[in-house]
Design a protein around this ligand. Structure first.
Ligand code: 1CP
Length: 347
């Protein structure tokens, strides 16, 4: 028999009262798991994420092993980008590498469109199976247009995103076309995941924090508004996340998004002090998981004591789990968060 559906995460996303603080971890499906590493030795990343059986197994594993309150689909932000005519592969220890990065305005105009039925049937099949099998909500996701553009223009991970910003400043019309194409792709991709059974969706805009607030407002915010306006009509909670994006949160607070994901640099207390009233998710430094348990517990308490002040808070790390982290530490942390935040029953 299936377990009853645990909707604590969805309640928190909707700012409803929850019996305890829900928890899940960015990159909970991945490299810290021996089962993942074993499969990865035999398959490429996309062979794994585009095989429904393997995708379902990797997505379910952290739910079963760690006891988290949400699952996140095992895919990558580059999953849909491949189908626009961008030749991308994922290399262990590096991440996405593109052999034909965008170099000219013509390259932008040449980009294709995502057709979910033709391009990602196996990803959607995995979402449908997960929706049937899981007893916790499934988070679908996509990359934010700025972050995707950065990989597509730089060709790989970048520290300062010079080429990306160069195109943005020197060719604002071409940049606008690129943002519109990526917004269309993101919406098509996320809507397809929602229709297949994703209960919430997250936009990972990991590198958008490299922009000043003025440039975010000018070159990216209009696109994000279109994306979140459209997603709002689908009726599922939405999450927006970036790294080093503390200076952009006042802008994010104006967007029609349900939840703001924080990295570890910005304290929850300081975010609330700025008047940001969205549901918050985060934000323990993922490196802490390599420290002793006493320190992990102390820092988890510090984060929880700030987050618990309001309804509408989800515990997470401030970025993804590192491959060196032990499964048992994550298990213990999940249990601790649940126990520490459980409201005792009043008789
Ligand atoms: O558990 C999960 O989080 C679900 C699966 C998931 C998600 C949400 C993966 C699998 N990738 C992502 C999002 C993602 N991918 C982001 C946004 C979140 C973040 O900032 O980490 C980004 C920037 C990427 C791009 C990417 N793909 C990187 C980062 C590289 C860089 O520039 O720093 C890497 C290392 C990948 C590969 C990847 N994606 C996912 C996994 C498990 C891996 C490792 C793959 C391997 O085995 O080689």
């Amino acid at each position: 028999m299936n377990k009853p559906f645990n909707d604590v995460f969805l309640k928190a996303c909707r700012k409803e009262e929850t019996p305890y603080v829900p928890v899940w971890y960015m990159r909970q499906a991945g490299r810290y798991q021996p089962e993942y590493r074993k499969l990865r030795r035999e398959h490429s990343f996309f062979e794994m994420s585009e095989n429904p059986e393997i995708c379902v197994e990797i997505t379910r594993l952290p739910v079963e092993q760690l006891g988290v309150d949400a699952a996140i689909l095992f895919a990558d932000i580059m999953t849909p980008v491949k189908h626009l005519g961008i030749d991308v592969a994922i290399f262990p220890g590096i991440g996405p590498m593109i052999t034909n990065p965008i170099r000219t305005e013509a390259d932008i105009h040449r980009l294709g469109e995502l057709d979910p039925v033709a391009h990602i049937p196996t990803v959607l099949e995995a979402v449908r199976i997960l929706n049937q099998q899981l007893s916790v909500p499934l988070i679908g996701f996509a990359g934010g247009p700025f972050t995707l553009a950065s990989y597509m223009i730089e060709g790989q991970s970048s520290k300062n995103h010079h080429k990306t910003k160069g195109l943005m400043y020197a060719h604002p019309k071409a940049w606008q076309v690129l943002m519109e194409k990526l917004a269309d792709m993101t919406l098509t991709y996320l809507k397809a995941q929602i229709r297949a059974g994703a209960h919430a969706v997250k936009v990972f805009d990991s590198w958008v924090g490299s922009l000043s607030d003025v440039d975010f407002r000018t070159y990216v915010a209009p696109t994000m508004r279109v994306i979140f306006d459209e997603l709002q009509k689908m009726g599922v909670p939405t999450i927006y996340f970036g790294i080093g994006a503390g200076h952009l949160l006042a802008e994010w607070n104006k967007l029609p998004v349900s939840v703001i994901g924080l990295d570890w640099r910005t304290s929850i207390r300081s975010v609330r002090a700025q008047g940001i009233n969205k549901v918050l998710q985060g934000n323990m430094d993922p490196s802490l998981l390599l420290g002793p348990w006493e320190l992990i517990e102390e820092r988890a308490k510090q984060v929880l004591d700030q987050g618990m002040e309001r309804a509408g808070y989800i515990f997470n790390l401030g970025h993804g789990i590192f491959p060196e982290v032990q499964v048992d530490v994550l298990k213990k942390l999940t249990h601790f968060v649940h126990q520490y935040t459980t409201i005792p029953e009043v008789w």
